[in-house]
Unconditional design. Structure first.
Length: 229
């Protein structure tokens, strides 16, 4: 059989895609480089040509996911016609729509994602999100302060708070799914968590009360329906 030669970037992304699938099924600690070779039917030397260790693979995955999130935000932030509050709501809406369009993968991934086996990867990805995305959120917040929509005197810290609280929504969602796994999940909890999180962020940013939850409520109602299906 003739050897298949692919462009380096194509092959590298294939390996990263396979690594993401294995993370969702086995977890980071249980995943081995051999699993990648078996998954893609490629030689050991091919894998190690791109990633000389599992740690290097982990760092590449973290970097790629961070870059993808950044690319979603940048066109919104660079829009000179959009108000800061609209930018903030738009960022949340775009990220949420992507997750809902891929809900089966998201649910399958979440059940493993928050397991102990992925603690290291999860922590590294969170720190990368803070490094990449907090400055972008801070930019939106500063614009909002200048426009009078936000009143916080601490844009940088408020940006980190956004990432911290949205991360906690993921933990809370998994807790609902797992603790109620054998019966219908109490999805009303998710609505309460979403409303409480929106209220907290409104207070942190100094937004008009209810303005964030007004935007979020339909999305959380949709998630409630998806969880009940």
């Amino acid at each position: 059989m003739a050897r298949i030669v692919k462009e380096p970037e194509v092959r590298r992304n294939e390996i990263l895609d396979a690594a993401e699938r294995l993370l969702a099924t086995k977890g980071y600690e249980q995943m081995a480089m051999r699993d990648l070779m078996d998954e893609l039917q490629i030689a050991k030397g091919t894998v190690y040509h791109y990633f000389d260790s599992k740690q290097a693979l982990l760092e590449a995955l973290v970097e790629r996911i961070g870059a993808q999130a950044e690319q979603i935000m940048l066109p919104i932030i660079s829009d000179h016609e959009m108000s800061a509050q609209d930018k903030l709501l738009r960022v949340f809406a775009v990220l949420n729509r992507y997750k809902q369009e891929n809900k089966d993968l998201v649910f399958a991934f979440m059940r493993v994602w928050y397991a102990d086996e992925n603690a290291l990867y999860r922590q590294k990805l969170y720190l990368t999100r803070v490094k990449r995305l907090a400055p972008l959120f801070a930019q939106i917040i500063r614009q909002g302060v200048a426009e009078g929509a936000f009143t916080t005197p601490y844009p940088d810290h408020a940006a980190r708070t956004i990432l911290c609280l949205t991360e906690d929504i993921g933990y809370a969602t998994v807790e609902i799914l797992l603790t109620e796994e054998s019966k219908h999940p109490d999805t009303s909890q998710l609505m309460q968590i979403g409303e409480a999180t929106a209220d907290t962020l409104e207070r942190v940013l100094g937004m008009k009360s209810g303005s964030l939850w007004q935007s979020w409520s339909e999305d959380f109602a949709r998630w409630q329906t998806l969880l009940e299906e």
